[in-house]
Design a protein around this ligand. Structure first.
Ligand code: IYR
Length: 230
């Protein structure tokens, strides 16, 4: 490290930062191939029970935790579950909530919108996938002495982290889908999480069952979602 690698601003240490600089041609090629690779990601509901090593899950969670967050509070806890008894309990309780949702809470319009995705109240993937990752958002920090400090932009922060987690899962050749049993309070109880944490998303992680079929969905074109001001 040479003398200019570190400076102090308002008393806080700053380290020099370097990004890779590419030619415009390389930029175009790299951004296009990244898009084409991301575009191959699909939400998959049918999982193989093939094991995924714990170290892989650790790397996925570390990738998620590189996300930017409000005031760098990193307001998240990721619970990674491979314990079969816990997965069974989570499935049972999720299906109780899902049954109530599909039968009484969701509007007819909502259920009609979900028809192409072929979802229902049954969630076998919660037991079959080798791992469940549950992202909990930390609404506030619990300091010693019981003091509470609110975190900032918690939904934005954990939403970005979950997006990066999904990309990391795709990069590993594994699959996931977003499962949001509602309400999700039962997860706080089963996993004995503290009062400052709320379940945000549940992601089963594993290999797809083969053969796997996904709905033939089309993504919006650039002109349907972008406005340029040049
Ligand atoms: N949480 C339910 C219902 C559901 C809702 C939406 I919006 C989806 O995109 C998919 C499912 C379930 O997991 O089945």
């Amino acid at each position: 490290m040479n003398a200019t690698d570190t400076i102090y601003i308002n008393g806080y240490k700053h380290v020099s930062y370097h990004s890779d600089i590419f030619s415009e041609e390389e930029l175009t090629i790299k951004s296009k191939s990244f898009y084409e690779w991301l575009d191959k990601r699909r939400s998959v509901r049918d999982f193989s029970d093939k094991n995924v090593p714990k170290e892989v899950i650790e790397n996925l969670i570390k990738s998620a935790s590189t996300a930017p967050s409000g005031a760098h509070k990193q307001p998240w806890t990721f619970c990674a579950i491979s314990n079969p008894a816990l997965k069974k309990q989570i499935r049972n309780e999720a299906e109780i909530e899902e049954k109530e949702s599909y039968e009484n809470r969701m509007s007819e319009r909502w259920k009609k919108d979900l028809e192409p995705l072929n979802t229902d109240m049954h969630k076998p993937f919660l037991e079959i996938a080798p791992w469940l990752i549950i992202a909990f958002k930390k609404v506030y920090e619990l300091e010693s002495g019981g003091h509470k400090h609110n975190n900032y932009y918690v939904n934005e922060s954990i939403g970005i982290a979950c997006g990066m987690l999904i990309s990391a899962i795709h990069n590993a050749g594994l699959v996931t889908l977003i499962h949001t049993p509602s309400p999700m309070n039962f997860l706080t109880n089963i996993l004995k999480r503290p009062s400052n944490e709320r379940a945000f998303l549940l992601l089963p992680v594993g290999y797809p069952k083969l053969p796997t079929y996904v709905p033939d969905l089309k993504r919006k074109g650039l002109d349907e979602m972008t406005v340029f001001y040049e």
